[in-house]
Design a protein around this ligand. Structure first.
Ligand SMILES: Nc1nc2c(ncn2[C@@H]2O[C@H](COP(=O)(O)OP(=O)(O)OP(=O)(O)O)[C@@H](O)[C@H]2O)c(=O)[nH]1
Length: 360
């Protein structure tokens, strides 16, 4: 799926960089344009991408410090410049635009939904959000910001693909030190999804194409992506169980939004050498996904690759049930309540002090 990637904020820029790099290194050609937008100059300087600095007159290149309302404001004020920079990149070849952001910060969480809305007014191609949810140990400001941002992003975007920052982190890997590794995993998985149907090695029997990705995301809401890979035998007939068990792992333990148990639509992409992909395995895996997700709409297709391993990539659109998402929303609500209580206490104590001042 020929895509233009726009990163907003620090995480957004780094993930777009990792994705563009993955696509270029593999020669897929699915990423046809990229741009990083931020209110922090230093974050932009370290990226090998075209960049736009926003909010210069407000925050002087220092970022918005987690203030997501300010993040929206600076994007609104400088939106013409951002849209101008995007304009030349969304050519007639573009099939989708992805706006990528960490939803817990200020610039990305506040700026991304506003930018999505503007892009949707201008372009006919779908505009998707790729949102990174804060891990469960991140502070309450991150949870509150992400809760608010998720609500607007899912309303504005054609679909919002969520990656929970705890999902693709290895055991023992701290979040800070693990960003690079997490970004590489995001790049590999999302990069393969975008590349499915693009530059492929050889001709498969039923090659997936971009319209299947678009149809799976069509209808909006939250989407999640799962991935697992395994070694394969050289003969497809010996790989029925490899396809089914890899698909099961992708869905049960490889999702970007873990513990998703039902969705409106699904897509199974099996990547590997065409001669080792078992058709029977793909059909069984697809039926299993339909039963597992409680939907009749699971598409399927191959992604011929010369890679020695076989990978299953599952995309779920219109996520209906996810314990992880529910857990996050509860954390965000709780953090918002605590923030409100703190604000009320601050206001009350200021009032008491004012009264005392007046009496003295
Ligand atoms: N996966 C991943 N998450 C990141 C990365 N950098 C930051 N995050 C997450 O993104 C959220 C913070 O968003 P940032 O992108 O740093 O913030 P920002 O949008 O630049 O906003 P301000 O810094 O407030 O101006 C937190 O939940 C972080 O855990 C990264 O490189 N990869």
């Amino acid at each position: 799926m020929k895509s233009v990637l726009i990163g907003v904020g620090q995480a957004g820029g780094k993930v777009v960089d990792a994705l563009s790099d993955f696509d270029a290194q593999n020669g897929f050609g699915a990423v046809i344009g990229s741009l990083a937008v931020n209110s922090a100059r230093s974050d932009l300087q370290s990226l090998p991408l075209d960049t736009v600095l926003i909010g210069g007159s407000r925050v002087n290149g220092h970022g918005v410090g987690g203030d997501n309302e300010l993040g929206t404001e600076v994007m609104r004020e400088d939106s013409q410049e951002v849209l101008g920079a995007i304009d030349g990149r969304v050519t007639a070849r573009a099939e989708a635009i992805f706006v990528v952001a960490g939803l817990g910060g200020g610039t990305g969480s506040g700026g991304a939904p506003f930018l999505v809305k503007e892009l949707k007014r201008i372009y006919d191609v779908p505009v998707y959000g790729l949102g990174i949810l804060p891990g469960r140990d991140e502070g309450s400001l991150y949870q509150v910001n992400a809760g608010r941002s998720l609500k607007t992003l899912t309303r504005e975007a054609d679909a919002t693909l969520l990656v929970d920052n705890d999902a693709w982190r290895s055991a023992g890997e701290s979040l800070e030190s693990g960003y690079e590794a997490i970004n590489e995993r995001i790049a590999r998985r999302v990069g393969l999804l975008l590349a499915a149907g693009e530059a492929v090695d050889g001709v498969g029997e039923s090659v997936v194409d971009s319209s299947e990705v678009i149809n799976t995301l069509h209808g909006g809401g939250v989407a999640t992506l799962g991935y697992a890979a395994a070694e394969v035998a050289d003969d497809a007939s010996a790989n029925v169980n490899v396809v089914t068990s890899t698909t099961r792992r992708a869905l049960r333990s490889g999702l970007s939004l873990p513990d998703t148990t039902s969705a409106e639509r699904g897509l199974l992409v099996v990547a590997g050498r065409p001669e080792v992909i078992s058709r029977k395995g793909v059909e069984r895996a697809r039926s299993w996904m339909e039963a597992e997700l409680d939907t009749m709409e699971v598409r399927g297709g191959d992604f011929p690759l010369s890679d020695g391993r076989l990978a299953a990539l599952v995309l779920l659109g219109g996520v209906a049930n996810s314990d992880r998402l529910d857990g996050f929303l509860e954390r965000a609500r709780q953090a918002a309540r605590e923030e409100e209580e703190r604000e009320e206490e601050d206001a009350a104590s200021a009032f008491q002090e004012d009264r005392l001042d007046g009496l003295l």
